[in-house]
Design a protein around this ligand. Structure first.
Ligand code: SAM
Length: 241
């Protein structure tokens, strides 16, 4: 009886974990040059203070357009929609399995204003309207940087890859819009985008702990940062640097 229950539990865990592990292996094999954090860990309302701060910043926008970049299985995008029910949310992830699960979840909840898109790279900005806020939470990071604390991030997640993704997100953001970047091993202030943004203080939001890696791929001394919300300057040209 007990053995049967244990077997059933193990079977259930295996059926859940195995497809996820296989999807990560496939990504590492075929999309390794683009991939940042491969693990799809997520949850509902993971950042209530941060989401509330952005809701207040967007109070004057009638139907804000939000991008949840690296949305995993959809809980982040659907939480944003709960916090900002007048918003249109586009949610993108590089993992096709996560996007399938996200679409299934949205369908079960009958949510129509959240659109899930599978990306090998951020979509061509010309094909898509620009966003009022772009969320990139726990994406520009890698579990091995945190567990192994290497002196250089080059062999795991090079700075250039993170900076390229930030550029692609910058292209998708309206001038005057907000870039929200939490849980990152890379800081906006170390990139060549820094002068295009002003930091918006968000007291009450949990700080993110490093390690942080700088433009030469070396580990920085800083232990944590409380800078996660950045306003794109209205005069920042939207045609690259
Ligand atoms: C730890 S999850 C974060 C999920 C969610 N943003 C959150 O904070 O709850 C990281 C996600 O980033 C996605 N990801 C990693 N690199 C990506 C890339 N280059 N483009 C799009 N998604 C990416 C992974 O597939 C994974 O679902």
């Amino acid at each position: 009886m007990i053995a049967h229950a244990v077997r059933r539990l193990c079977g259930r865990a295996y059926r859940r974990v195995w497809p996820e592990a296989r999807s990560i292996r496939n990504l590492e094999r075929h999309m390794g040059h683009l991939l940042c954090q491969p693990h799809p860990t997520t949850g509902w309302h993971r950042h209530p203070a941060l989401f509330a701060a952005v809701r207040d910043l967007l109070a004057g926008v009638v139907e804000p357009r939000l991008l949840s970049y690296g949305c995993s299985t959809g809980e982040e995008a659907l939480s944003l929609y709960e916090v900002l029910p007048n918003a249109h949310v586009t949610a993108i992830d590089i993992n096709p399995r996560s996007i399938r699960l996200a679409r299934r979840l949205a369908a079960r909840l009958a949510v129509e204003r959240v659109t899930f898109v599978c990306a090998g790279a951020p979509p061509d900005p010309a094909l898509i309207e620009r966003f009022d806020a772009v969320f990139c939470l726990s994406v520009l990071r890698h579990a091995r940087l945190e567990s192994e604390l290497p002196e250089s991030c080059a062999a795991i997640l090079p700075f250039a890859r993170a900076q390229l993704l930030m550029h692609q997100l910058d292209d998708l953001l309206k001038p005057g819009g907000y870039l929200v970047m939490w849980g990152s091993n890379f800081r906006l202030c170390d990139t060549d985008l820094a002068s295009r943004y002003a930091t918006i203080p968000t007291p009450g939001c949990k700080p993110h702990c490093g390690p942080f890696y700088t433009a030469n791929d070396r580990r920085a001394d800083a232990a944590d940062t409380a800078e996660f919300v950045f306003r794109k300057r209205s005069d920042a040209p939207n045609d690259g640097l």
